[in-house]
Design a protein around this ligand. Sequence first.
Ligand code: SF4
Length: 393
Amino acid sequence: MSSPGDIPALPEHLYVHVPLCRTKCAYCDFFSVSEADLPLTIDALTGALVEQTLAWAERGLALRPLQTLYVGGGTPSMLGPALAGLVDAIGTHVGFAPGAEVTVEANPDSLDDSLVALLAEAGVTRVSLGVQSFHDDVLHLLGRAHDATRALAAARSVRDWNLDLSVDLMCGIPGQSMGSWLSSVELAIGTGAGHVSVYPLSLESGTPLAAEVLLGRFAEPDPDIAADMMIAAGELLALEGFKRYEIANYAKPGAESRHNTAYWTGKEYLAVGPGAHGMLSADTARTAGFIVPAEAARVRYAIACELQSGLQLVPRVDVETLTADETMREDVMLGLRLTRGVPDALVERAGVSGVLGRLEGTGLVERAGSHWRLTEGGWLLGNEVFGEVWAGE
Ligand code: SF4
């Protein structure tokens, strides 16, 4: 799509990565540093993130108001009032379309009522709160920097300021009982959140929790127990009016994440900040100065920023390109994450009707009208399905 004057336009979806956390959680292998290890001040960091965003407009692309902004991390709420300043600056210099979804991720240890007030004033519409559990023993094992009381208070502040609330919860944690898990789900529902994400714990090598499991201090997470917990959470959420719309995401009607839905429906999105990942059409990427092979249809890029040398205006990016065929297979893979599934027409264009037919035989996918979608078994074995679709016929 082009803007007036036929200058190719930037995507309408922007992800900003804030690489800051209070402490490192025991299970986490994402890139983040503590404030003490941040080699620049918070104001310099947020200023550089805004400049990195605006630098895209100097690459021959027109800025246009955003449909969605997602400030993720790390822990964006660790920026304190500067987080509101970051959102305000993006709103001023890039702009938000009417009704835009403006989400910030927050952790309960760095979100209080006064910060929520500033965020609401800056134009934030939605807070994604990393709670993981409302039980202190589980939070302690995970190495989270907050307790359950703090999590409930942070959720209350978000709702008091009339912002949409999403709560992240984690299951399949060593020692976590089904009762503890379901009580966390109930407490999340009780906060008034319109959106709940439920994830099984994934044991990442090199993390302190993986080391504890290797040493035998904790049992290895059991995928069958995690699957039972995911199913039980889904049943409880359904009773309270939440609808599953993606593998791990449940929402009340109209409260689905529009930003994440853009990822799953193959929309272009821009990403700034160290460690961020963006996706552009090959045409947009060429206009922005990427060297892209003639056969490429889609470009995925990851920002490889050395924080030690500050945030460069035009950082080094690692680029992966997809052909038109690969792009269509990727669209099928992404679309299968959604409960509404993928239309026949796309499956046929992508040349994977035979793959889905075989998977139907194993009970992992099914037909629903003119769409293909995952079955309950397919939700639990999604990576197997996606791998087969990616491999093609
Ligand atoms: S708060 Fe999130 S990003 Fe930060 S260490 Fe914990 S899990 Fe990782």
